[in-house]
Design a protein around this ligand. Structure first.
Ligand SMILES: [Zn+2]
Ligand SMILES: [Zn+2]
Length: 132
């Protein structure tokens, strides 16, 4: 199964993933106090999202489950990781960098008005089909 690598330094950014169709957005939680939605993607999958939404909250790229992302850390610019509630909105630019070379590789979203997901930037990552 393929995994995503940093295009710059080839560090694995995810575990092995299966391609699926992009699931629809998860509705906002109706439970008071729970502001971050359940993850949009099933574990172990990725989907291509080429659509930027009218409201600018859908980030185009490869959408993955946050727990499948292993090779990134938070962007040093904390302004990239702010949001309305508990999570980052991801609307201020990439907020995840490669742990190996600090390239901007993706965007973590987990705010009340976004899905709970990570979007990898197609310009900064590549798919590797090599066996490990
Ligand atoms: Zn909020
Ligand atoms: Zn890297």
């Amino acid at each position: 199964m393929p995994r995503f690598l940093c295009d710059h330094c080839r560090l694995p950014l995810t575990g092995p993933l299966t391609k699926v169709r992009l699931p629809p957005p998860v509705p906002m939680s109706e439970i008071p106090g729970i502001r971050t939605r359940p993850a949009r993607m099933p574990r172990g999958t990725y989907a291509r999202n080429l659509q930027a939404s009218d409201f600018g909250i859908e980030v185009p790229g490869f959408t993955v489950h946050p727990d499948d992302v292993i090779g990134t850390e938070q962007h040093p610019d904390v302004m990239r990781s702010i949001g309305c509630c508990q999570g980052s909105s991801g609307t201020d630019g990439p907020n995840l960098v490669c742990m190996g070379c600090a390239s901007e590789v993706g965007t973590r979203q987990a705010d009340c008005y976004t899905d709970n997901q990570v979007i990898l930037d197609p310009r900064a990552v590549c798919l590797s089909f090599a066996e490990d």
